[in-house]
Design a protein around this ligand. Sequence first.
Ligand SMILES: [Zn+2]
Length: 392
Amino acid sequence: MVEVAHLPVVDVHCHPFLNKGRVTSEEFTDMTAFGGGSREYMEQGDIEFTDAVRDELLLGKRWTTYSRRMVKDLARFFDVEATLDAVVEARNTAVDAGYTEYVRRLYGDAGLETLIFDFGVPLPILPMDEVKAELPVEVIPVFRIEPLIAQLLKTDIGWSEFKQTFDDTINDALVNGGYRGVKSIIAYRTGLEVSPLSRTPDQGLQALDAIRRGLGGGSMKKMRDHLVCRSLELCMEHDVPMQIHTGMGDFEVNLPLCRPAYLMDLLRFPTYRACRVLLVHSGFPYHREAAYMSNVLPRVYMDVSEGIPFAGNAARDIMTGVMAMAPLNKICYGSDGYVLPEINYTSAKLGKQALASALDELVETDFLSANEAQEAAGLILAGNARELYRQR
Ligand SMILES: [Zn+2]
């Protein structure tokens, strides 16, 4: 049997958070749920947010296998009854007694040692020093390009200044700001079908001009595609990985155009072959597709975040599915946790269980020796991410 309980974990994709203090059960559900709507979402649709509507949303968030599993993981940790109210009361008591110490015990139980944070969510960007000061684990920040693009589009600067500010800001973040990589969520905007030919400098100039004149004609897509190409180049210059969101996300994701396959033309283009690229979320539910890409494209990696933990009982299938094609030294564990520390916790517990179960099967069916499976567990949970982010 593969032993995972003692293994350290690097959470390769998640989002920073600060101590929220005590929370109600309702707030806990809202903060930890993957989706299922919010008051704002309903009111934008002219749906009055009555008590009945509030209960309707909570019910959907609580009847996910992910949510039910989290209650059980936390109940075991706190040694309380496996109900939401009991678990929330126990975590509030622990938070009151000392937040950082609570997170230290919680993460110690899961083996969580390092969190690689995409600082692009939440906005406005949380102060890095405060985030680091509260957390008893190593924090590695990643710079998301889309808030920068939004900020630049609000100005009336011309293309040469736009481009220079884009480059300068990312260079500064990587050299002086403590950031160790770049991230794009273009899958939430204009989709992943990015032509490598978008790298031509003229494309940025023409797109910005068309945007400023309100011409439409796909100008925003041309601009975003160009800046993704530029980001890949900057990552190569600084020798840091580029994270690209693939697969499901919240309801705003461009779902038809989030498939990892759309990135093939871009990532196999000779100019970008040197770039180390992490397909975030392994494109779930297209994780087998992402696994294939990390097999045939030497510098493409993938992480299992978001599918684990939010797809609940699919965790084992995700691990098995990606290991079929992805080299085991290119799969990274991740959670996509945010807002509260408990998401990263339950995700690490679930990820370890799913990984051990999937690896045990590979031993039983003679694909891996017991030693190889044990080594692979260490790589997927931490070693591969450390290698990718060059921590030795
Ligand atoms: Zn994320």
